[in-house]
Design a binder for this molecule. Structure first.
Ligand SMILES: CC(C)(COP(=O)(O)OP(=O)(O)OC[C@H]1O[C@@H](n2cnc3c(N)ncnc32)[C@H](O)[C@@H]1OP(=O)(O)O)[C@@H](O)C(=O)NCCC(=O)NCCS
Length: 176
Protein backbone atom coordinates (compact mmCIF):
# COMPACT_ATOMS: atom_id res chain seq x y z
CA UNK A 1 0.00 0.00 0.00
CA UNK A 2 1.23 3.42 -0.88
CA UNK A 3 1.93 5.57 2.11
CA UNK A 4 -0.06 8.74 2.21
CA UNK A 5 1.92 11.89 1.70
CA UNK A 6 0.91 14.66 4.05
CA UNK A 7 1.55 18.21 3.08
CA UNK A 8 1.58 20.47 6.10
CA UNK A 9 0.12 23.89 5.43
CA UNK A 10 2.91 26.39 5.95
CA UNK A 11 2.09 28.89 8.67
CA UNK A 12 2.11 32.36 7.25
CA UNK A 13 2.33 35.48 9.34
CA UNK A 14 0.88 38.42 7.55
CA UNK A 15 2.35 41.77 8.52
CA UNK A 16 -0.29 43.95 10.11
CA UNK A 17 -1.04 46.67 7.64
CA UNK A 18 -0.98 50.05 9.34
CA UNK A 19 -0.79 53.58 8.02
CA UNK A 20 -0.39 57.10 9.37
CA UNK A 21 -2.55 60.13 8.89
CA UNK A 22 -2.74 63.59 10.40
CA UNK A 23 -4.87 63.53 13.52
CA UNK A 24 -8.04 65.57 13.11
CA UNK A 25 -10.98 66.72 15.22
CA UNK A 26 -13.03 63.96 13.55
CA UNK A 27 -10.93 61.42 15.48
CA UNK A 28 -11.59 62.94 18.91
CA UNK A 29 -14.02 60.26 20.16
CA UNK A 30 -11.62 57.40 19.33
CA UNK A 31 -8.65 59.28 20.77
CA UNK A 32 -10.41 60.14 24.02
CA UNK A 33 -11.55 56.50 24.41
CA UNK A 34 -7.94 55.23 24.06
CA UNK A 35 -6.67 57.99 26.36
CA UNK A 36 -9.18 57.10 29.12
CA UNK A 37 -8.22 53.47 28.83
CA UNK A 38 -4.47 53.93 28.88
CA UNK A 39 -3.55 56.97 30.98
CA UNK A 40 -3.61 57.54 34.74
CA UNK A 41 -4.37 61.21 34.16
CA UNK A 42 -6.17 61.28 30.81
CA UNK A 43 -6.30 64.44 28.75
CA UNK A 44 -9.88 65.70 28.41
CA UNK A 45 -11.31 66.13 24.90
CA UNK A 46 -10.85 69.91 25.14
CA UNK A 47 -7.12 69.47 25.68
CA UNK A 48 -6.87 67.41 22.48
CA UNK A 49 -9.02 69.91 20.61
CA UNK A 50 -6.87 72.92 21.55
CA UNK A 51 -3.75 70.91 20.83
CA UNK A 52 -5.03 70.15 17.31
CA UNK A 53 -5.77 73.83 16.75
CA UNK A 54 -2.22 74.87 17.67
CA UNK A 55 -0.25 75.29 14.45
CA UNK A 56 3.07 74.60 16.23
CA UNK A 57 1.91 71.06 16.97
CA UNK A 58 2.33 67.94 14.86
CA UNK A 59 -0.03 65.06 15.47
CA UNK A 60 -0.43 61.71 13.80
CA UNK A 61 -2.91 58.88 14.06
CA UNK A 62 -1.88 55.28 13.52
CA UNK A 63 -4.57 53.47 11.56
CA UNK A 64 -5.16 49.75 11.34
CA UNK A 65 -7.26 49.74 8.20
CA UNK A 66 -10.11 52.14 9.20
CA UNK A 67 -9.54 51.83 12.93
CA UNK A 68 -7.51 54.37 14.89
CA UNK A 69 -5.25 52.43 17.28
CA UNK A 70 -2.80 55.10 18.42
CA UNK A 71 -1.75 58.72 18.30
CA UNK A 72 1.17 60.99 18.96
CA UNK A 73 1.28 64.74 19.56
CA UNK A 74 4.37 66.95 19.71
CA UNK A 75 5.17 70.64 19.60
CA UNK A 76 8.00 72.10 17.57
CA UNK A 77 9.72 75.37 18.46
CA UNK A 78 12.76 76.31 16.35
CA UNK A 79 15.06 73.27 16.45
CA UNK A 80 13.64 71.63 19.55
CA UNK A 81 10.48 69.58 20.04
CA UNK A 82 8.43 68.42 23.02
CA UNK A 83 6.59 65.13 22.94
CA UNK A 84 3.23 65.87 24.56
CA UNK A 85 1.41 62.59 24.26
CA UNK A 86 1.69 59.13 22.75
CA UNK A 87 -0.59 56.16 23.30
CA UNK A 88 -1.55 52.88 21.71
CA UNK A 89 -4.88 51.14 22.27
CA UNK A 90 -4.14 48.61 25.05
CA UNK A 91 -5.32 45.72 22.81
CA UNK A 92 -2.51 46.51 20.34
CA UNK A 93 0.41 47.21 22.66
CA UNK A 94 3.78 45.40 22.49
CA UNK A 95 3.44 44.88 18.74
CA UNK A 96 5.82 47.65 17.66
CA UNK A 97 3.09 50.19 16.90
CA UNK A 98 4.40 53.01 19.13
CA UNK A 99 7.87 52.45 17.66
CA UNK A 100 6.44 53.04 14.17
CA UNK A 101 4.46 56.07 15.29
CA UNK A 102 7.43 57.66 17.03
CA UNK A 103 9.66 56.99 14.06
CA UNK A 104 7.12 58.71 11.76
CA UNK A 105 7.13 61.72 14.10
CA UNK A 106 10.92 61.83 14.47
CA UNK A 107 11.40 61.71 10.68
CA UNK A 108 9.00 64.57 10.17
CA UNK A 109 10.55 66.62 12.99
CA UNK A 110 14.01 66.00 11.54
CA UNK A 111 12.85 67.19 8.12
CA UNK A 112 11.51 70.34 9.73
CA UNK A 113 14.87 71.04 11.35
CA UNK A 114 14.42 69.66 14.87
CA UNK A 115 17.63 68.46 16.51
CA UNK A 116 16.22 67.08 19.74
CA UNK A 117 13.02 65.97 21.45
CA UNK A 118 12.22 66.35 25.14
CA UNK A 119 9.49 64.73 27.20
CA UNK A 120 8.29 64.40 30.77
CA UNK A 121 7.01 61.18 32.27
CA UNK A 122 5.80 60.13 35.72
CA UNK A 123 8.32 57.98 37.61
CA UNK A 124 5.52 55.44 38.17
CA UNK A 125 4.88 55.00 34.42
CA UNK A 126 7.37 52.15 34.05
CA UNK A 127 5.87 50.97 30.75
CA UNK A 128 6.33 54.34 29.07
CA UNK A 129 9.84 54.76 30.55
CA UNK A 130 10.76 51.30 29.18
CA UNK A 131 9.40 52.30 25.79
CA UNK A 132 11.25 55.64 25.69
CA UNK A 133 14.54 54.00 26.72
CA UNK A 134 14.08 51.39 23.99
CA UNK A 135 13.84 54.27 21.50
CA UNK A 136 17.07 55.90 22.69
CA UNK A 137 15.70 58.56 25.04
CA UNK A 138 17.94 59.32 27.99
CA UNK A 139 17.03 60.75 31.36
CA UNK A 140 18.48 64.24 31.74
CA UNK A 141 16.84 65.41 34.95
CA UNK A 142 14.23 64.81 37.59
CA UNK A 143 11.46 67.23 38.60
CA UNK A 144 10.65 66.59 42.24
CA UNK A 145 6.93 66.39 43.03
CA UNK A 146 6.05 67.54 39.54
CA UNK A 147 2.86 65.51 39.05
CA UNK A 148 -0.25 65.30 41.21
CA UNK A 149 -1.08 61.68 42.04
CA UNK A 150 -4.52 62.36 43.34
CA UNK A 151 -6.73 65.20 42.12
CA UNK A 152 -8.44 65.34 45.55
CA UNK A 153 -5.19 65.83 47.43
CA UNK A 154 -2.82 68.40 45.94
CA UNK A 155 -0.06 67.35 48.37
CA UNK A 156 0.03 63.74 47.09
CA UNK A 157 2.58 64.11 44.32
CA UNK A 158 5.22 62.19 42.38
CA UNK A 159 8.41 63.05 40.52
CA UNK A 160 8.64 63.61 36.80
CA UNK A 161 11.53 62.35 34.69
CA UNK A 162 12.74 64.59 31.86
CA UNK A 163 14.12 62.65 28.91
CA UNK A 164 15.83 63.72 25.71
CA UNK A 165 16.44 62.16 22.31
CA UNK A 166 18.87 63.59 19.82
CA UNK A 167 17.52 63.53 16.29
CA UNK A 168 20.08 62.18 13.85
CA UNK A 169 19.94 64.52 10.88
CA UNK A 170 22.15 64.33 7.80
CA UNK A 171 23.69 67.59 8.96
CA UNK A 172 24.46 66.12 12.42
CA UNK A 173 25.89 62.95 10.85
CA UNK A 174 28.16 64.92 8.49
CA UNK A 175 29.58 66.81 11.44
CA UNK A 176 30.87 63.56 12.99
C1 LIG B 1 4.12 53.47 26.08
C2 LIG B 1 3.32 52.90 24.91
C3 LIG B 1 2.92 54.05 23.96
C4 LIG B 1 4.18 51.85 24.16
O1 LIG B 1 3.42 51.37 23.04
P1 LIG B 1 3.71 49.96 22.32
O2 LIG B 1 3.07 49.99 20.98
O3 LIG B 1 3.29 48.88 23.24
O4 LIG B 1 5.29 49.97 22.21
P2 LIG B 1 6.18 49.05 21.24
O5 LIG B 1 5.45 47.76 20.97
O6 LIG B 1 6.58 49.85 20.06
O7 LIG B 1 7.42 48.75 22.20
C5 LIG B 1 8.76 48.87 21.79
C6 LIG B 1 9.66 48.50 22.95
O8 LIG B 1 9.43 49.43 24.04
C7 LIG B 1 9.60 48.74 25.31
N1 LIG B 1 8.31 48.68 26.00
C8 LIG B 1 7.07 48.92 25.49
N2 LIG B 1 6.12 48.78 26.44
C9 LIG B 1 6.77 48.42 27.57
C10 LIG B 1 6.34 48.09 28.89
N3 LIG B 1 5.04 48.13 29.24
N4 LIG B 1 7.30 47.78 29.80
C11 LIG B 1 8.60 47.76 29.49
N5 LIG B 1 9.09 48.04 28.24
C12 LIG B 1 8.18 48.37 27.30
C13 LIG B 1 10.03 47.32 24.94
O9 LIG B 1 11.45 47.32 24.86
C14 LIG B 1 9.39 47.15 23.57
O10 LIG B 1 10.03 46.17 22.78
P3 LIG B 1 9.58 44.61 22.98
O11 LIG B 1 8.08 44.56 22.94
O12 LIG B 1 10.23 43.93 21.80
O13 LIG B 1 10.13 44.19 24.31
C15 LIG B 1 2.02 52.16 25.41
O14 LIG B 1 2.39 51.27 26.46
C16 LIG B 1 0.93 53.07 25.93
O15 LIG B 1 0.06 53.52 25.16
N6 LIG B 1 0.93 53.35 27.24
C17 LIG B 1 -0.13 54.17 27.85
C18 LIG B 1 0.00 55.63 27.50
C19 LIG B 1 1.28 56.23 28.07
O16 LIG B 1 1.67 55.97 29.20
N7 LIG B 1 1.92 57.08 27.24
C20 LIG B 1 3.10 57.80 27.63
C21 LIG B 1 2.75 59.05 28.34
S1 LIG B 1 4.21 59.85 28.96
Amino acid sequence: MKSATTTKAKATTRPISTSFKALSADNLDEVVAIERNSSKSPWPAEHFRSSLENSNNLSYALMLRDKLIGYVIAALALDSADLHNIAIDSRYQRQGHATKLLSCLVNELGERGAKEIFLEVRVSNKGAIGFYKSQGFEQISLRKNYYMKNSNDRTDREDGIIMRLEIATTENNNAL
